[in-house]
Design a protein around this ligand. Structure first.
Ligand SMILES: C[S@@+](CC[C@H](N)C(=O)[O-])C[C@H]1O[C@@H](n2cnc3c(N)ncnc32)[C@H](O)[C@@H]1O
Length: 292
């Protein structure tokens, strides 16, 4: 407890990058375009489904196939991961992430974000509901505390307080109620002045999103979220979006493992990642928010 208190009072977050007057993180890129309408969680961006996203990765073999795509530098997901590492490194630098911080990766899956960030923040907790996904995370991050369970049902599993909570490839596909429950837990588990870093990977205004909207009916369309919808969701739950970075601009094939000219794609995507002018058309984006 004493250690926790010391860490919290020493953390550079609040003074260095926290608060509305923060200069280290640029407050921009979406500004006035953030919608105040709360239509973001309606059927227009959420296809009907019968089961909760909680069950999505419980099937046998899920962990292995998920991991294979992410590690394949020629696959769409593997390519995104290369770019995400570049963006995450700069986000952590700009928020002056410290080795004194405590960090939780919510829905950590097979542990890629957990492994990457815990190189900088060793006090790391991974949380996931799927034993198989968590098994791979355990092999990858033996130093981390791994929690199998649902913090939305039992917040005491991971009460925090954390300086940083990440959630990658989660919010878009989670049903609205689950999104809301997770954000409520995050608000409880995050310390004041702490950060949430979340990504969203199907922007309706991107080339791929435009193609999908043209080719699918509302009933069959996969979930999509725009930058303003994602920011609005975070705001509704008490977070202040501070920075949005876009990436993944080129359309990709449905079977993400068979990209044409993967090395050219890699060069283009790496070059364009984070370009502010192109943010509205980014296929994926990361939102950095604070709890003030
Ligand atoms: C697409 S994976 C993302 C994994 C990881 N964040 C990444 O980006 O590689 C989504 C993960 O969310 C987990 N999940 C779904 N509902 C959850 C819940 N209520 N609590 C914790 N994890 C959950 C699934 O088990 C799955 O591992």
């Amino acid at each position: 407890m004493a250690r926790r208190k010391r860490r919290r009072s020493q953390t550079p977050c609040a003074s260095a990058v926290g608060g509305p007057s923060n200069r280290a993180l640029k407050v921009s890129t979406y500004g006035s375009s953030v919608s105040t309408k709360s239509q973001s969680f309606t059927r227009s961006t959420w296809p009907s489904q019968t089961r909760s996203y909680r069950e999505s990765h419980l099937g046998p073999g899920k962990g292995k196939s998920y991991d294979e795509d992410l590690r394949d530098r020629t696959a769409a997901k593997g390519l995104e991961w290369i770019v995400e590492q570049q963006l995450l490194a700069s986000i952590l630098d700009r928020m002056s992430a410290s080795s004194e911080w405590s960090f939780a990766d919510f829905a950590c899956g097979t542990g890629r974000i957990l492994e990457f960030i815990s190189a900088k923040i060793p006090t790391a907790v991974g949380i996931d509901i799927s034993p198989e996904m968590l098994g791979l995370a355990r092999a990858r991050c033996p130093w981390a505390t791994l929690i199998q369970g649902d913090v939305t049902a039992d917040p005491a599993l991971a009460p925090g307080p954390f300086d940083l909570i990440t959630a990658f490839r989660f919010f878009l596909n989670a049903e609205p109620t689950l999104r809301s429950q997770v954000l409520t837990w995050m608000r409880m588990a995050l310390r004041q002045g702490g950060w949430v870093v979340a990504n969203f990977h199907r922007n309706p205004a991107s080339l791929r999103g435009t193609y999908l909207r043209a080719r699918t009916s509302r009933a069959t369309r996969p979930a999509m979220m725009s930058v303003s919808e994602a920011c609005e969701m975070l705001k509704v739950h008490g977070f202040t979006p501070r920075q949005v970075v876009g990436y993944s601009f080129l359309p990709y094939r449905r079977d993400g493992r068979k990209q044409l000219a993967p090395s050219v794609r890699r060069a283009v995507e790496t070059r364009l990642a984070g370009n502010r002018a192109l943010l509205p058309a980014a296929g994926s984006f990361i939102v950095v928010s604070s709890l003030d």
